[in-house]
Design a protein around this ligand. Sequence first.
Ligand SMILES: Cc1cc2nc3c(=O)[nH]c(=O)nc-3n(C[C@H](O)[C@H](O)[C@H](O)COP(=O)(O)O)c2cc1C
Length: 397
Amino acid sequence: MAASAAGSTAFHLFEPKADHSAVCCGASDHAMTAPSPYSANDFFRHSGLNQPTIDLRELESMAASKLDPAIYSYISGGAGDSAAANLAAWEQFRLRPRMLRDVTNVSTVSRVLGDQTAAPIIIAPTAMHRLVLPAGELATARAAARAGVTYVVSMAATTAIEEISQAAPDGRHWMQAYIRRDRGITRACLERAAAAGCQAVVLTVDSPGTPSYRSRPGESLNRGLPLPNLAPDQSRPDVLSVAADYAADLTFEDLDDVRGWTNLPLVVKGILRGDDAVRCLDSGADAIAVSNHGGRQVPGCIPTAMALQDVVDAVAGRGDIYVDGGIRTGADVLKALALGATAVMVGRPILWGLAVGEESGAFAVLEQLRADLSRLMAQCGIPDISCVSADLVRLAR
Ligand SMILES: Cc1cc2nc3c(=O)[nH]c(=O)nc-3n(C[C@H](O)[C@H](O)[C@H](O)COP(=O)(O)O)c2cc1C
């Protein structure tokens, strides 16, 4: 009974679009032609009805076979073993299910920055979705709106924030920003985002002027695609040159400045320590995103699952806490919530979904996570998100 209650929504989750067979990646010009064993259409139709639902490892390998190898490598890349460590760290925590609780009705509805969301899941900002499919960020925005979750639009998006907002007027969009050395560029972007209806600013502070990725010689990573939020005045910007222009002299005082530029709530992303989190809140931040950029920046970095507790303790209820890095299953989401996160953010799986199944693929990833969380909540005796508490997890010895 509990399982059917939790899983009841799953049956209509994965309807493929009629034209879904036209799966492409944006890089269809340069997509690898190796035939996949079955189509994305089959993949999404046959997944999700019962356990096991979409296997994200399988989705990743389908994305790998569809994308230009250089683009796939950009998406999957990490610094040392830090991306792998993020994944492994969630496994270190084990769930302690509660029994004999009434779980006839299970709800994943929760709140982020005070607004209701269908699930405590947020699309993390990732750059340049038009490298993955032609509709790029417009498809992501529509998928997020359909799934009822927030989409954090990267400042390095290949679509203007105004167009993204228009494509999904009912969607909830937060604008991610980097501080450019010329602060005026960032400020202008945030003003445009507010005018376009974005509901929060996510300031990423873990990338001080040193791009962690190198493109192949003679090849521009963004392949001539525009960066209308990050470099609005350049017709053919090179994303890595622009990233080298992110401010290296960033300090907590910049948070005060950002506060002065916008009335929107401010989330600081890229925090891994409690002392930093407190200083962000003292400098005007409303929420903290515990993140190591998907393990892409610092080799040997603490995994986010292990950094979370320190931040939760230090923040002590003063604001929302989000966490990302290696969130792949409902169990990961539940563990993050039990450790004190308000919601999780998901990066690479959305890009794999877009690559394999366009808008429906990204939607399927989101719904998969939500349905998996719902099913697991029933199995752990948790009717709603407010019942999640720290006793639900234990660190394995
Ligand atoms: C291809 C790619 C591009 C990214 N671009 C950005 C970005 O533009 N801004 C940002 O704040 N974080 C960026 N990130 C980091 C994500 O927001 C997020 O922290 C990370 O992907 C979470 O880990 P996961 O991919 O394991 O879910 C990027 C990550 C990837 C994989």
